[in-house]
Design a protein around this ligand. Structure first.
Ligand SMILES: Cc1cc2nc3c(=O)[nH]c(=O)nc-3n(C[C@H](O)[C@H](O)[C@H](O)COP(=O)(O)OP(=O)(O)OC[C@H]3O[C@@H](n4cnc5c(N)ncnc54)[C@H](O)[C@@H]3O)c2cc1C
Length: 376
C-alpha cells in the first residue's frame, strides 16, 4: 500500500502530526523506534509548562494561543485531563533576558501580566527568597500539560482517524525519487507521497544534511518532597516559575498528585553530538546545581529527592525551532531543534506539518523557523 504520508518518530511532535494528517483524511503510517510513549526521548517526565508571554520571542505568541485552543479540543476528544491552568511567575533582574523578554512579548501582543517588585514577590509567594535586585512578572495565561497523557491522546486520536502506528519499528533507510519516498524499517519497506521527520534528538543524525548544526543536551528533571511536607507547594498556593540569577536559569512546577515539587536547570549542561552520548543514570552530581538553587531561592523545598528522570534537549544554534520543508528533498518536511521549549506547541506543530505535507505551505507564521537561516 502507498501512504499519503509517513511520520518518522512518534514523540510529542510526531504524534500530533500523525493526528492532524489523519484527521484531514490522509492515509498515514507512523513509525516509532521504541515502544509508544517511552522515556528515552524528550517527551516524558509527567509535566510540561505552557505559557503565553513568550520571553524567547514575541512571534511564538500566536502559535501558543493556537496551541491552547488545540489542547482544549484534544482534551475534550480524549475525555482526559491534559492541561491544568496555573499562573507562571518569572523572576530575574529587570534587565535580564527573561524579564525583558516576557515584558516585550506582553506589550507587543497586549497580554495581561502583573509586575511585582521584590516585596511584591515575597508577599504573594513567601516560599521564594529572591535576590535584592529581582523583580517578577506574573501571567495567568499559563499552565501545565501532562506530557505522557498528551502523547497518548494524540496517538489515540490518530489511530481513531485511521492512522497505522508501528511501535518498535526503527527507520534505517530513506530514499526519494520523483514520485514517492521509500522508507525502510527493520520490519518492512513502505512508500508514501510525503515524509514528515519528527525524530527529536535523532535528527542530529537523520537530518545532518539540512544545514542546521543541531546538538543534544542531557537535562535532569528532579522532584523533591518539600520539608516539612506541607501544602505550600500545591498548585493553588504556588505558581509555575522561571528564575534567572547568577546561579543560572531554573524552572519549577507545583507539587501535583503524588509527585513533589519539580525543579530543574534550564540549559547549563554540555552540548553533545547526539543521543548516543547521553547517560540515562542520575547521579548525586546531577542534584548539585538544583540543590544550590533551592537552598538560595526556595529553601523550604530543599527536602529529599523523591524522583528523577533524564530527558534530552535538541538545540539549534539560536535556540529557535526548525520547522520547514527539507531544503533538498521537496517531499520531506521536518520539525526539529525544539531547544528545550517545544512541547507546549506540539498540536500547532502537528497542524503546520500537516499543512506543509498536504499543501506545501501554511498560514501559520513560521518565518523564524526556516531551515536555511544558518547558511550564509
Ligand atoms: C527536561 C525537559 C523539560 C522540558 N520542559 C518543557 C516545558 O516545560 N515546556 C515545553 O514546551 N517544552 C519543554 N521541553 C521540551 C519538549 O519536551 C521537547 O521540545 C519536545 O518534547 C520534543 O518533541 P519531539 O517530538 O521533537 O521529540 P521526541 O518526543 O523525543 O520524539 C522523537 C521520536 O522519534 C523517534 N525516532 C527517532 N529516530 C527514529 C528512527 N530512526 N525510527 C523511528 N523512530 C525514531 C524517537 O524514538 C522519539 O520517540 C522539555 C524537555 C526536557 C527534556
Amino acid at each position: 500500500m502507498t501512504y499519503d504520508a509517513i511520520v518518522l518518530g512518534l514523540g510529542g511532535m510526531g504524534s500530533a502530526a500523525a493526528y492532524h494528517l489523519a484527521a484531514r483524511g490522509a492515509r498515514v503510517l507512523g513509525l516509532e523506534q521504541f515502544p509508544l510513549v517511552h522515556r528515552r526521548g524528550s517527551s516524558h517526565g509527567h509535566t510540561r509548562i505552557i505559557r503565553t508571554a513568550y520571553y524567547e520571542h514575541p512571534d511564538y505568541v500566536p502559535l501558543v494561543r493556537r496551541s491552547f485552543a488545540l489542547w482544549h479540543e484534544l482534551e475534550q476528544r480524549s475525555g482526559r485531563p491534559l492541561l491544568t491552568p496555573c499562573p507562571c511567575l518569572s523572576i530575574g533582574s529587570a534587565g535580564s533576558d527573561l524579564i525583558a523578554g516576557v515584558k516585550r512579548a506582553a506589550s507587543e501582543h497586549g497580554l495581561v501580566v502583573e509586575e511585582l517588585d521584590h516585596r511584591g514577590i515575597v508577599e504573594r509567594y513567601p516560599q521564594f527568597v529572591p535576590d535584592e535586585s529581582h523583580v517578577g512578572v506574573l501571567e495567568h495565561a499559563a499552565g501545565f500539560l501532562r506530557v505522557e497523557e498528551c502523547v497518548h491522546a494524540h496517538l489515540a486520536a490518530a489511530a481513531e482517524c485511521g492512522a497505522e502506528l508501528h511501535a518498535e519499528a526503527p527507520v534505517v533507510g530513506v530514499k526519494q525519487d520523483s514520485d514517492s519516498v521509500e522508507v525502510t524499517t527493520t520490519k518492512g519497506v513502505y512508500s508514501a507521497a510525503r515524509l514528515v521527520v519528527t525524530a527529536g534528538a535523532w535528527a542530529t543524525r537523520l537530518l545532518a544534511d539540512i544545514g542546521v548544526p543541531l546538538t543534544v543536551m542531557r537535562q535532569v528533571q528532579l522532584w523533591f518532597t518539600p520539608a516539612p511536607v506541607s501544602l505550600q507547594f500545591r498548585p493553588k498556593r504556588f505558581p509555575i516559575f522561571m528564575l534567572e540569577s547568577d546561579l543560572g536559569a531554573f524552572y519549577g512546577l507545583p507539587a501535583v498528585e503524588k509527585f513533589g515539587l519539580k525543579c530543574a536547570r534550564h540549559y547549563g549542561a554540555p552540548e553533545l553530538p547526539g543521543p548516543e552520548n547521553v547517560s540515562w543514570d542520575v547521579t548525586v552530581a546531577d542534584e548539585v546545581p538544583v540543590r544550590e538553587f533551592l537552598r538560595r531561592h526556595l529553601p523550604t523545598a530543599d527536602g529529599p529527592r523523591i524522583q528523577d528522570s533524564v530527558c534530552m534537549y535538541t538545540l539549534s544554534p539560536d535556540r529557535h525551532f526548525v520547522i520547514d520543508r527539507h531544503p533538498y528533498h521537496p517531499r520531506v518536511s521536518v520539525a526539529c531543534g525544539f531547544s528545550g521549549h517545544g512541547f507546549k506547541f506540539s498540536p500547532v506543530v502537528g497542524e503546520i506539518l500537516a499543512d506543509l505535507a498536504l499543501t506545501g505551505t501554511t498560514k501559520h507564521p513560521i518565518g523564524l523557523f526556516r531551515a536555511n537561516r544558518f547558511s550564509s
